[in-house]
Structure formats: C-alpha cells, structure tokens
Ligand binder design. Sequence first.
Ligand code: ADP
Ligand SMILES: Nc1ccn([C@@H]2O[C@H](COP(=O)(O)O)[C@@H](O)[C@H]2O)c(=O)n1
Length: 226
Amino acid sequence: MKEYTDFAKSRRENTSAESFHKANLILIGGGSCSGKTTIALAIGRRLTGLKTVIISQDSYYKDLSYLPWQERTKVNFDHPDAIDIDFLLSDLKKMMAGKPVNVPAYDFVTHTRQEGNLCVANAEVIILEGIFALYYPELLQMSDLKIYLDSDADIRLARRLQRDILERGRSVESVLNQYLETVKPSHQAFIEPTKKNADIIIPGEKEFDKVLIMLNGYLQHELLSS
Ligand SMILES: Nc1ncnc2c1ncn2[C@@H]1O[C@H](COP(=O)(O)OP(=O)(O)O)[C@@H](O)[C@H]1O
Ligand SMILES: Nc1ccn([C@@H]2O[C@H](COP(=O)(O)O)[C@@H](O)[C@H]2O)c(=O)n1
C-alpha cells in the first residue's frame, strides 16, 4: 500500500453512515513511473476541507502465493488480467458508499497479497492511481474525473530502474529483462490506448505547479459546491 492520508478534517464528520453522500472518485492512469503517485499525493494535499484517500491499484494485484517462485517471476504484471478487478470494484463500491474497507497490502518482492491493516471509512474523495486506472469500463463509469499521466518511455524506464532496485528488491538485469519482455509491449497494447479515456492528459516530466492550481480550482468548485 503506497499511501493513505486523511488530508483534511471531514466537512461531514457528523454525518451518520446511513445518510452519507456518495464519495467522488478520481482515476489517475498512465505508464509505470509516469508520476501517478506523485500527482495523487499533490492533489490530495490541496483538497483541504475534504476527507481524501489515495488507493493504489497495485494493492489489488492477484496473490501469487499458490505458485512456485520461478513461475511467479514469469507472470506479466502489465496485463489487465494481473489485477483482481472484481475485488477492487467491490472494495471501491463500499468505499464510495462510506462503508469501512481494509485495503490489502501487496508485496512486490514475493508477488503476494496479504490482508492490510489500513482501514478506509467515510472518504469523501477517493483517488485511485494505477497503470490500469483508465482501462476497465466499469471503473470508468463509476468515476467523476479521469486523469492520464503522459511521460516518455525512456524517462519512465530510468525512474523504474532506480525505484525497483531500491524499493522492490530487483536487479538491473531483471528490471531490464522485464521491461523489454512485458512492460514495454503491454504498455503499448493496454495502457497507452487508455489515454483516450482521460478528461485531462498531464505531461509527467515537468513540475506540476500550474496543473495543480487549475485542478484544485476545478475540484474545489465541483466537490465543495455539490
Ligand atoms: N514531474 C516529475 N519530475 C521529476 N520526477 C518525478 C516527477 N513525477 C514523478 N517523479 C519521480 O519519478 C518516480 C516515479 O514516480 P511515481 O509518482 O511513483 O510514479 P508512478 O506512481 O506512476 O509509478 C519517483 O521517484 C518520483 O519522485
Ligand atoms: N509483482 C509485481 C507487480 C507489479 N509489478 C510492476 O509494477 C508496475 C506498476 O506499478 P507502478 O507503481 O510502476 O505504476 C507494473 O508496470 C508492473 O510491471 C511488478 O514488477 N511486480
């Protein structure tokens, strides 16, 4: 789990669960290391006055503990079938209705998913970030705003090399092999085409300052006035 932050004291904290309004869902898609988590956190920090949670789609990767180790490493994690979409949709529907959900914890070293200890309840804004955030039709239908982070493949690979070695227990060789065998072709086949589903496409290599001011103005207007 990347992050959960209750960015603001809820403006509806006295509201009972029964009368809870539907939470707003913001989807942030784009390639691996395009900057999805970075901008999700920045958006969340600025949404003052709203109880905001950030959910990583990575938390809903299928649990591969039933497979021998060598088999796990051969899985294409950049194919939409790698995500347990039914589980994710079920949790999101509960979250959007204000019900409590324990977000699972995913381990990139062992490729396994465990029960998480993070409980989300009464969120007013849910930000879901992930490479397939703009892929599944049912997810798109549930959402209020769809953002695609667009970053050059070479920039993303450079970021990924650093991240996967430092944070995900990978070697240079394994990152490069995985990139050429599955990450790059699947990006072109499944992720890049989801750009057309976005309401906004944001360049993922620049500072986000201006984009954040514009987005914040839009979101404060749409969410706080509703
Ligand atoms: N606009 C940006 N400029 C420079 N570095 C960035 C930018 N956005 C993200 N990064 C860096 O790239 C890496 C991957 O970003 P992250 O937001 O985790 O990507 P994603 O969630 O899409 O995989 C992180 O080290 C992050 O600090
Ligand atoms: N066991 C796993 C699961 C996923 N990956 C890679 O993670 C990438 C998605 O995460 P981002 O934070 O980069 O969006 C995806 O490209 C998978 O290849 C993995 O390596 N191992």
